[in-house]
Design a protein around this ligand. Structure first.
Ligand code: PHE
Length: 416
């Protein structure tokens, strides 16, 4: 449940629709699904295996498995990636909190498409407000990690995640009943191969890594806490399937509405924030729907930020444990929060950093991390897998996954 909580988040509901919208809709969906099949299962399994076998954080895991320091750079890659993701992820979580507060106050009642777009600009260009609302999720995450209430969150998400799904089903149905929604469905499901480009493939691969939280140690960290008798392949399958369902449903909810209300599918990061309030307007319990949905979205975001911060916290505890001044868990939580706040300030205050962090992490750093992890497990631990599934898994991460990632990189550099 915790791994599913890490995977399902803003990546599915905020990022997936906007990158799909910018990259041709249907063609993006197909490539995304191929990436999930090719990379999703094997890499979620790879990371959980690294964590479960080493029982260490991203800092100690590679060293523990290989008995040498040659893979230590990979630990650093994981934390750097986690820290950069924190930067923009907290900002977007802040936008969600802002929209939740506004939904409670009924602030966008009666707004049309142009007003909603203008409203998003007003919200996000108000620097102090954005900083304020982005620091709130840092503090909430900090509290969870400080009091070690992960268990509580896990139980909570067992109830709330299904509720989010139910809510999304209702919204998909409502949206499909709108006049003009068919165009949106076509945009999302019709594959137009003329739109295929190296960039679409690179972005779809990156989205797959980001959405499943792979390639930066989040699942290693969770694997390290996994009970001995828990089945890794089964857990991986559940995480991958659930995450993909939520992403596809987000597309089915957003795109028909985009076309029915006259928005632009390639709007960019603001897409869901301008479209969602317009959907609630059309629903029977408009106020309640808005408040409930944004609440669930904030919680989905928090279960992801918890896993994100936990990577850095566990790293700091392990990395300093042999030093003269070791950081205990609580001190590490404080240091990590300070880093998160510093990075979110960079994202808010320095132009373009938001987009650069979002692109560099998912399109480059996470695939490189995953490439290295698949080589580590496939080539160095491969012989320890004896079942038929294990052998198939080893074949995939020895050959298919690394070759595919390298080809996609070369292709995006137009070297193929
Ligand atoms: N997978 C999360 C989402 O879809 C984002 C995330 C990435 C969380 C990496 C943790 C680590 O929202």
């Amino acid at each position: 449940m915790a791994a599913a909580g890490s995977a399902v988040g803003l990546g599915n509901i905020w990022k997936f629709p906007y990158v799909a919208g910018e990259n041709g809709g249907g063609i993006f969906l197909i490539i995304y699904l191929v990436c999930v099949l090719l990379f999703g299962m094997p890499l979620v399994t790879t990371e959980l295996v690294i964590g479960k076998r080493s029982r260490k954080s991203a800092y100690g895991a590679f060293r523990a498995l290989r008995n040498n320091d040659r893979w230590q750079w990979l630990s650093w890659l994981c934390v750097v990636t986690a820290v950069l993701i924190m930067g923009f992820y907290f900002v977007v979580t802040g936008w969600c909190i802002n929209y939740l507060a506004e939904a409670v106050m009924n602030a966008f009642k009666g707004f049309d498409a142009a007003q909603l777009t203008a409203h998003f600009q007003t919200v996000t260009t108000n620097t102090w407000r954005v900083i304020l609302v982005s620091v709130i999720p840092v503090i909430l995450t900090e509290v969870v990690l400080w009091f070690d209430v992960n268990k509580g969150i896990e139980r909570l998400s067992k109830i709330l995640m299904p509720l989010l799904l139910v809510m999304m089903v209702i919204m998909v149905v409502r949206v499909l009943l709108l006049d003009g929604s068919k165009v949106g469905l076509e945009f999302f499901f019709k594959t137009d191969f003329s739109q295929l480009s190296p960039k679409v493939v690179l972005v779809a691969m990156g989205q797959c890594f980001f959405s499943l939280s792979i390639g930066m140690g989040a699942l290693i960290t969770y694997g390290a806490y996994m009970p001995e008798n828990q089945d890794v392949p089964m857990t991986s399958l559940q995480v991958v399937v659930l995450d993909t369902i939520v992403a596809v449903m987000a597309g089915m909810m957003i795109f028909p509405a985009v076309f029915a209300f006259g928005f632009n599918p390639a709007e960019g990061p603001e897409l869901v924030f301008v479209v969602l309030p317009a959907i609630f307007e059309q629903m029977s319990f408009a106020w309640l729907s808005g408040v409930l949905f944004f609440t669930l979205l904030c919680i989905a975001a928090l279960t992801s930020t918890i896993s994100l911060m936990e990577v850095v916290v566990a790293f700091l505890v392990d990395a300093t444990s042999h030093r003269p001044h070791p950081l205990d868990r609580r001190k590490s939580v404080l240091v990590t929060s300070a880093m998160a706040i510093a990075l979110l300030l960079v994202c808010v205050l320095v132009p373009n950093t938001f987009d650069i962090f979002a692109e560099v992490t998912s399109c480059y750093l996470m695939p490189i991390g995953a490439l290295a992890m698949s080589i580590l497990v496939g080539w160095f631990l491969g012989n320890s897998f004896t079942t038929w599934y294990g052998k198939f898994f080893v074949f995939t991460i020895r050959w298919l996954v690394p070759i595919a990632i390298v080809l996609i990189f070369l292709n995006s550099l137009r070297l193929l």
